[in-house]
Design a protein around this ligand. Structure first.
Ligand SMILES: [Zn+2]
Length: 435
C-alpha cells in the first residue's frame, strides 16, 4: 500500500516532468504541409536557384572584399608609417625643448652675472666718486699749505702752483710732487693709488661685463635659431598629424566597407545554410510521401481499431494545431512514464509498407512503421526503439510491430501514432478508443 503510494507520486512527478519538458514529435519544414511531391520538388528547385544566385553574389562580394582589403592594407601601412613619423617629430620637439630650456638656463645665469657686474661697477663708481671728493678736499688743504709756505717765503715755485686752476693735475706731476716733502704728500699718494686701483678694477669689471654681454648675445642668437627650428618642427608636427588624420579616416572608411561586405556575405551564407536544411527536410518529406503510398487495390476491412499501446493513456500532444510549436500535429503522442520499450500493436490488420530502421538523430520520425489497411487507410507508428516487421509483411490486428522509443525528432520516450486516409491525416480519436 505504502509502496504503491510512493510509485504513484513518482509517476505523477515523471508525468509532470514529461509534460513541462514538452515532447516534440515530427518535423516538417515550414509550409510543407499537404504538398504533392511535384510541389515539393518545385520548391527545392526554387531554393537551389536562389542559392545559386546567392553563391554568385557571395563570389562577387568576395572579389569586392579582396579589392577593399587591398585598399585597407595599404591604408593601414600608410597610417602606421605616418604614426611613426608623428612620433619621430614629437621626439625631435621634445629634445629641441630640452635644448631650449638648457640654453635659457645659461642665458639666465649670464643675465644674473651681468647684473652682478653692473652692481660691482656701480659700487666702484661710487667709491671712486667718494675718493675723488676726499681728494679734492685734501687738495684744498694742500693748497692751503702751499699758500702758507709761499707767504712765509719757503719756496718760490709755489707761487705758480697757488694760482693754478687745475691743481690736481699739477700735483700729480712728478716734478712738482718730488719737491713736496714726503710728510706732506704721504696721504695724497695713498689716495691716488686707491683711485688708480679702483679705476683699474672698474675697467676690469667693464671688460668682464662686455665679455658676458658678448656671450649673451651669442646665446641669444642660438636661442633665436632654436626657437625658429622649434617653430619649424611644430609646423611639421601639425602637417604630420593632419596627414595621419586623413590616413586614419581612409583606414576607417575601408575597414567599415570591408566589415559591411563581410556582413552581407555571412547573411547570404546564413540564408544558404538555412535553405539547405530546408532542402534536406523537403527531401525527407518526399521520401515519406513516396513510402506511404498505399496499394489502391487493397480492400478495407470494416471493424474496430485497436489502441496501439494498451494500458497507456497519457496524451502529451493531441492531434491538430499545436500552438506551443506553431504547427499542425498529424497524429497523437502517447507519452506515459515508463512507456519506453512497450510493444506497439497494429491497430488493424494490413500490409507493412514502411519499416524504417535507419534515421537521422534529431530529425523526423526516427524508426517507424506504416501499415496499409486498404481503402486508402494507413497507420503510422513513429520514434520506435526497435522494428519487428519488414516491408511487404502481412500483419494481423494486434500484432507487435516494434517497441516504443525516442528516435528521430523526439525529446522523450513516446509513441507518435497517425491514421491517414488517402495520405491526409485524420484525428485518431475518430477511430480508436483508449484501451
Ligand atoms: Zn507526434
Amino acid at each position: 500500500m505504502k509502496l504503491k503510494k510512493i510509485l504513484h507520486s513518482l509517476t505523477s512527478f515523471v508525468t509532470i516532468f514529461a509534460l513541462t519538458s514538452g515532447i516534440i514529435i515530427t518535423y516538417a519544414p515550414a509550409g510543407a504541409e499537404d504538398l504533392t511531391v511535384d510541389d515539393i520538388k518545385d520548391r527545392i528547385e526554387q531554393i537551389k536557384q536562389d542559392n545559386a544566385q546567392r553563391r554568385d553574389e557571395i563570389d562577387r562580394i568576395e572579389g569586392d572584399i579582396t579589392d577593399k582589403q587591398e585598399n585597407l592594407d595599404k591604408a593601414a601601412g600608410l597610417l602606421n608609417e605616418q604614426k611613426e613619423l608623428v612620433d619621430y617629430y614629437y621626439n625631435l620637439v621634445y629634445y629641441k625643448n630640452q635644448d631650449i630650456s638648457t640654453l635659457q638656463g645659461n642665458i639666465d645665469t649670464l643675465t644674473d652675472e651681468i647684473a652682478q657686474k653692473d652692481k660691482a661697477i656701480a659700487k666702484a663708481e661710487a667709491d671712486i666718486a667718494e675718493l675723488d671728493k676726499e681728494n679734492k678736499q685734501n687738495l684744498e688743504k694742500f693748497a692751503q699749505i702751499v699758500r702758507t709756505m709761499y707767504t712765509t717765503g719757503s719756496a718760490d715755485m709755489f707761487g705758480v702752483l697757488a694760482g693754478s686752476a687745475d691743481f690736481y693735475d699739477l700735483m700729480i706731476s712728478s716734478e712738482v710732487v718730488g719737491k713736496i716733502s714726503e710728510q706732506n704728500l704721504q696721504f695724497m699718494n695713498e689716495l691716488t693709488a686707491d683711485m688708480k686701483k679702483l679705476d683699474s678694477d672698474k675697467k676690469l669689471l667693464e671688460t668682464d661685463k662686455k665679455d658676458l654681454e658678448g656671450k649673451k648675445t651669442e646665446l641669444d642668437t642660438q636661442m633665436t635659431k632654436l626657437l625658429s627650428e622649434k617653430e619649424e618642427l611644430d609646423g611639421l608636427v601639425t602637417d604630420a598629424e593632419s596627414a595621419k588624420s586623413t590616413y586614419e579616416s581612409d583606414y576607417n572608411k575601408y575597414s567599415a566597407a570591408v566589415s559591411e561586405l563581410e556582413d552581407q556575405k555571412s547573411n547570404l551564407q546564413y540564408l544558404i545554410n538555412v535553405s539547405e536544411a530546408d532542402i534536406e527536410a523537403y527531401e525527407e518529406q518526399i521520401k515519406e510521401i513516396i513510402k506511404q503510398q498505399t496499394n489502391p487495390d487493397k480492400e478495407y476491412q470494416e471493424g474496430e481499431w485497436y489502441w496501439p499501446v494498451p494500458g497507456r493513456s497519457y496524451i502529451s500532444c493531441n492531434f491538430g494545431w499545436d500552438a506551443d510549436f506553431q504547427r499542425t500535429h498529424k497524429g497523437i503522442d502517447i507519452g506515459d512514464a515508463g512507456i519506453y520499450g512497450d510493444s506497439v500493436l497494429a491497430s488493424k490488420a494490413g500490409t507493412v509498407i514502411v519499416a524504417e530502421t535507419s534515421y537521422i538523430p534529431g530529425y523526423s520520425y526516427g524508426m517507424y512503421v506504416v501499415v496499409d489497411h486498404g481503402g486508402g487507410y494507413t497507420t503510422t507508428y513513429a520514434h520506435l526503439s526497435d522494428v519487428y516487421v519488414y516491408v511487404g509483411q502481412e500483419v494481423a490486428q494486434g500484432e507487435s510491430l516494434g517497441a516504443v522509443g525516442s528516435t528521430g525528432y523526439s525529446t522523450g520516450p513516446h509513441l507518435h501514432f497517425e491514421i491517414r486516409l488517402n495520405g491526409e491525416p485524420e484525428n485518431p480519436f475518430n477511430y480508436v478508443t483508449m484501451a
